[in-house]
Design a protein around this ligand. Structure first.
Ligand SMILES: Nc1nc2c(ncn2[C@@H]2O[C@H](COP(=O)(O)OP(=O)(O)OP(=O)(O)O)[C@@H](O)[C@H]2O)c(=O)[nH]1
Ligand SMILES: [Mg+2]
Length: 428
């Protein structure tokens, strides 16, 4: 039996545009990684420098000919481009090269489709895939022509998601999108309600964000092991791009009783398809509503700075701004550096595989989440025993004295709790 995944050889091809923001070589490396993540392997690479893409064929005329020759010589059936192409550019390139052309967007969508496990993730990916296909539908005349000539260009976006959809026309696709969006909205309702309830309880939240494979889920699991209520609730972590496609939230309790929620979510890569970002908005809502972002960076990757830039750009695109952020330079164990160490009060060099690092990180998160905590002295009458038990759970009681008229506590508590129990405060 074929237990080994089939690795299809592909040619990767990129345009180095003069106005490109990102490092071009790096984005080609990233493309190669994405290709591997999709169980394909790079057999050849072709690049061209241009001021702007050719409107008809994306690459310039000479390069298209070269690509056609390469396809003919190597028998490689697929070309993967480093950018999203227009529907007609894909069509023209396919005709000229006699190869299937898959753009970066289609590639990322296919990886997401393979990884999606939960109902929500599956719905989100499917919506993004349908939206990608919508402008790429061929007219029925074209389709007939294709059937006659046997050319199947463009249909690849459908791989793995059911052949019947091939027959869908624009209207059916639009209806399907509407329907799936409705289903998604139903699913989202409950997570929205959960979030509102948590907000009411006033538990602060921190969200792990960052480039894919940086170690977000590993950090989440490490913190859950150390500070979680139930350390069985581990999330999936693996050395692969886009291991996580859902959002998980866990409640953590620090040694001084301070509680916060930590969320782990989908990782980023540069040029994430707009439709995908749009479809995953609800998954990313947890980060958008966080009190603190924890950006995790694979410090051992030579391209970590580009990855940080990608994260910043993606956060901006999702509309996340003005949330305080700490930087976690992770995987320091793979390097010749000392760890854990702090740089200022918002940067930490650490390893997710090291307990001391995780405790230090928890400390950093604490100082950022619980800025409005104050230490005060309360005298709580014995009749208000419920207040003492509340504080036992929600505050850090530093001293307890049983006096004739009640319990005297030296306690560190949030300013909202201080307001609540103001009448018990004693002046010293
Ligand atoms: N050596 C080392 N490996 C680490 C560290 N943190 C994570 N890893 C490994 O890096 C790989 C990716 O870790 P994940 O936690 O799945 O990464 P992620 O950021 O959640 O990735 P996505 O879910 O794909 O966005 C796994 O193989 C981890 O074991 C670390 O501090 N040191
Ligand atoms: Mg993950």
């Amino acid at each position: 039996m074929d237990t080994q995944p089939i690795t299809e050889p592909v040619i990767i091809a990129g345009l180095n545009l003069s106005n490109q923001e990102n490092d071009f070589d790096y984005s080609m490396e990233e493309l190669a990684n994405l290709v591997e993540a999709n169980e394909m392997k790079v057999s050849d690479k072709m690049v061209q420098s241009l001021d702007r893409p050719n409107a008809a064929t994306y690459f310039g005329k000479g390069k298209v000919e070269e690509l056609a020759e390469l396809v003919a010589a190597t028998n490689v059936a697929t070309i993967v481009t480093n950018d999203e192409l227009s529907p007609s550019q894909i069509r023209n390139l396919e005709e000229a090269t006699k190869a299937r052309v898959m753009d970066r967007t289609a590639l990322i969508l296919e990886i997401f489709a393979k990884r999606a496990q939960s109902k929500e993730a599956k719905l989100q990916v499917e919506i993004a895939q349908l939206q990608y296909r919508l402008p790429r539908l061929k007219t029925s005349a074209n389709q007939r022509l294709d059937q006659q000539t046997g050319a199947g260009g463009g249909s690849f976006t459908n791989r793995g998601s059911g052949e019947t959809k091939l027959e869908m026309n624009r209207r059916t696709i639009q209806n399907a999108i509407t329907h799936l969006r409705g289903e998604l909205a139903e699913l989202n309702k409950s997570s929205e309600t959960q979030r509102q309830q948590r907000d009411k309880r006033g538990i602060p939240t921190a969200a792990l964000v960052g480039y894919t494979n940086a170690g977000k889920s590993t950090i989440m699991n490490g913190l859950v092991r150390e500070f979680g209520i139930d350390d069985e609730k581990q999330v999936f972590e693996k050395n692969m791009l886009f291991a996580t496609l859902d959002t998980s939230v866990r409640q953590l309790t620090l040694p001084d009783q301070k509680q916060f929620l930590l969320s782990d979510t989908v990782g980023f890569v540069s040029k994430l398809p707009t439709h995908l970002v749009e479809a995953f908005k609800s998954t990313l809502a947890e980060a958008a509503n966080a009190d603190l972002l924890i950006q995790v960076i694979d410090y051992s990757d030579p391209h970590y700075q580009e990855m940080m830039q990608t994260t910043e750009n993606t956060l901006k695109e999702i509309g996340i701004k003005d949330i305080p952020m700490i930087l976690v330079f992770n995987k320091a164990d793979k390097m010749e550096v000392q760890f854990p160490t702090m740089d200022g009060d918002d940067q930490i060099i650490m390893s997710a595989r090291d307990e001391t690092s995780l405790s230090m990180l928890a400390g950093v998160v604490k100082t950022h989440l619980f800025t409005d905590y104050v230490t005060t002295t309360l005298l709580v009458p014995f009749a208000n025993g419920d207040v003492v038990s509340y504080l036992n759970e929600h505050a850090d009681i530093k001293e307890t004295d049983y006096l004739a008229d009640g319990t005297k506590l030296v306690v560190e508590l949030s300013s909202s709790d201080l307001q609540r129990f103001e009448k018990f405060v004693v002046e010293e």
